[in-house]
Design a protein around this ligand. Sequence first.
Ligand SMILES: Nc1nc2c(ncn2[C@@H]2O[C@H](COP(=O)(O)OP(=O)(O)OP(=O)(O)O)[C@@H](O)[C@H]2O)c(=O)[nH]1
Ligand SMILES: [Mg+2]
Length: 538
Amino acid sequence: MNELFEQQHQKLEQWSEAASAEGWISGRDIDQLREIERQQAEAIFSRKGQRPLIVAFFGGTGVGKSSLLNRLAGESIARTGVERPTSHEVTLFLHRDYLLGEFPADLPLEETRIAYHADDRRRLIAWLDMPDFDSVEEQHRVLVQAWLPYVDWLIYVVSPGRYQDDIGWRFVQKRGGKHSWLFVMNQWDQGHSEQLEHFRRRLQQEGFGDPVILRTSCIDPERDDDDFSRLEQTINEAIETYGLELLQQLGVQARLEELERVCEAFVDRLEGLPLDELETAWREKLLQSLEEVDAELTTNGRLLAGSFQQESVLPWRAPKKEPGEHAGSLQPSVLLSGIWSSRIETRLHDMASELEYLLQQRSVPLVPFGKWLQQLRQDAKGEFLQGGEAACANALLLPGGTIRRGVCRMAGWLSWLLPAAASGWVVYHLVIRFYQGTQGKAQFLGLDYAIHSGLLILLCWLLPWLLQRKLVPTLSESVAQALRAGTRAGLARIEEQGAAALAVALDSRANCLSGVKAICDELSERSEALTTRLPWSK
Ligand SMILES: Nc1nc2c(ncn2[C@@H]2O[C@H](COP(=O)(O)OP(=O)(O)OP(=O)(O)O)[C@@H](O)[C@H]2O)c(=O)[nH]1
Ligand SMILES: [Mg+2]
């Protein structure tokens, strides 16, 4: 069972480290996991699988814990006295067969007094006397806290005058399900039955159905109402009825349940994030902001394009062949940088902040989105240029639309095809009429024919030439078109990256969630079979 707990704990720990690295859970969430005790009582003993039930006397200053242990041992093994607090150390009283191993680092060996006995009838229980948990000495509280995770059964010792102490009740509440419990009202020689009943009612309020409360008096052990003999007897009966192992594993069972609760809290945390709603808001914000940036860039683009020559006709194929002053400024990166401004930079920074605010509003962690937001803040212009350059260059290389370029090219062909056809027609008629004229069948063609033919040929050239000239884009138009294409592609890149960042984050959340759900399912499946409620447990 310990291995099962360890295995599940490790799985959840690995998961939480990965989830925290991806930003889905915080350090505070991981602390919840760290707070689950992992100490194993087996670690105190050197022989594996062989250990007694660890039963500890636990209580406030001077209630008689050490006196009770001494009474059990039949000799003075634990320090008692009138001077308070008396026990500065832990006293362990156990059968000599149990070999103690090297103590875990959190248990200070030098503050542990060990006493052995040789009574084989008492070998199943190791008794532990702890210092006062409410001590004025910090070290006592630290010692008690360090030992508690190794204890199977707690005997909460109170006195008639001191059973209502808050610190004690806080311990009882906190450690309720982690141990078996037995309650002792010591100094019964000074107690009243009302105090006992009041103590019982409080325990019942705390969830102990029928708590076993023993009355003891170490000063006057001969009293008729002294229940001391039932102390060891009750624990031995429990071992007989439920078996040593079950009693030893009650704490592990409680830890498994705690682990399951932490695991469920992680699931709730991840499932509770309103990511569907975020997705819509994120896309809308991205679109709206980029539209505003687009409008600004378009205006800047128009102004920049306007500064290029209106009349100047680009060379037909590639403006890069354009000689003279524009050659440098027609570089796509230079053109696109020319329409970038600090206002646009600020607008994109604002967009990053607004997207962050969307996350904060919905308590969605920033980390999964942070990388892209940071990248956008650091180099929005670079991202824009990277996305827009190719489209801008392409538009510059092929100015005008496909249809316009097709018509233009056709007009170019027609400007020499049509005059050639017209010339052919004119020459043909000239030859025919000349032949007919020599035969005397018709008159020779005169000046009119020459003028009309000339006009026809001129028109056949002029019309397609004018059409082509009209359609070839001006430098200004080409630049405007290239800037449009570049702007569109550059902003599309930013939009795509924003959408991709969201998709990656959603994916990562889905993976994290399925991982922790799998651990949760395994945990509940395994711990369901183990849930046992003992009459001595809360
Ligand atoms: N009247 C009376 N006094 C007792 C009883 N048991 C112990 N005492 C006295 O109470 C004092 C404290 O007893 P300890 O056994 O040292 O108490 P403790 O809980 O171990 O105290 P710390 O180690 O200081 O926390 C001693 O003087 C004991 O003699 C009892 O049943 N009745
Ligand atoms: Mg003591």
